[in-house]
Design a protein. Structure first.
Length: 222
């Protein structure tokens, strides 16, 4: 069977559950290599394993910082980022300080993002900023997008997948309008089918985070 390589290249194949085992992470890496996903996204403990499993391929090792709450200190997020980069991560998905944003502490949020972006870009890695849209008003989502763009991030991302709800088409469209055409927009949380993916892409998403990646790509089989 032939699978759509373009669809596969949009997906961050994700395993962020706290009880993931080494065997399961290896399986995710094998699937990513087989189908040609954009990256494998894991918690930072697994970065050395993932980087080794993906070595020599185009699939990137991706990890998270300040995950899933976003309320850790900037110093902790930067330390987590630098440690992961040293171990082979090439993409960092960081969670914003959600409470600071909701409280109107815009400069705090921007400085937090900027610090992770600076550490990542210095090592040739990209940053996706997780907004956790289900906890924000539309106005706050727009502000978070504008801050992320100003701080030099590469993507804005909807969700951790660990809060009340995940990506929606409406949020992706809002985020795309807020950042314009220059930044990436990642839809994550609850994307389980090919139709889900196509709806998000039509709304403006350029990357998809999913733990149902194999099912999605196999639905493109011809």
């Amino acid at each position: 069977m032939n699978f759509d390589p373009h669809i596969a290249s949009l997906i961050d194949h994700t395993i962020l559950k706290p009880d993931a085992t080494r065997t399961e992470v290896r399986q995710i890496c094998a699937e990513a290599l087989r189908y040609g996903f954009a990256s494998v996204c894991v918690n930072s403990f697994w970065v050395p394993l993932v980087a080794a499993e993906l070595s020599g391929s185009a699939v990137k090792a991706c990890t998270v910082a300040g995950f899933p709450l976003g309320a850790s200190s900037t110093a902790a997020k930067v330390a987590e980022t630098l440690g992961a980069l040293a171990e082979g991560a090439r993409e960092i998905d960081m969670v914003i300080n959600i409470g600071a944003l909701r409280g109107g502490e815009i400069s705090v949020v921007e400085a937090d993002i900027r610090a992770v972006v600076a550490a990542s870009h210095e090592h040739g890695a990209i940053v996706k900023v997780i907004l956790e849209t289900c906890l924000l008003s539309d106005e706050q989502k727009v502000i978070a997008c504008e801050i992320s763009k100003r701080a030099g991030a590469d993507f804005v991302k909807t969700s951790t997948g660990f809060s009340k709800s995940g990506a929606t088409v409406e949020d992706i469209a809002l985020m795309r309008r807020a950042v314009g055409s220059e930044m990436g927009v990642k839809a994550s949380g609850g994307i389980r089918t090919l139709d889900d993916l196509r709806a998000m892409v039509a709304a403006g998403a350029t990357r998809i985070g999913s733990s149902s990646s194999v099912k999605i790509v196999e639905a493109t089989a011809t």
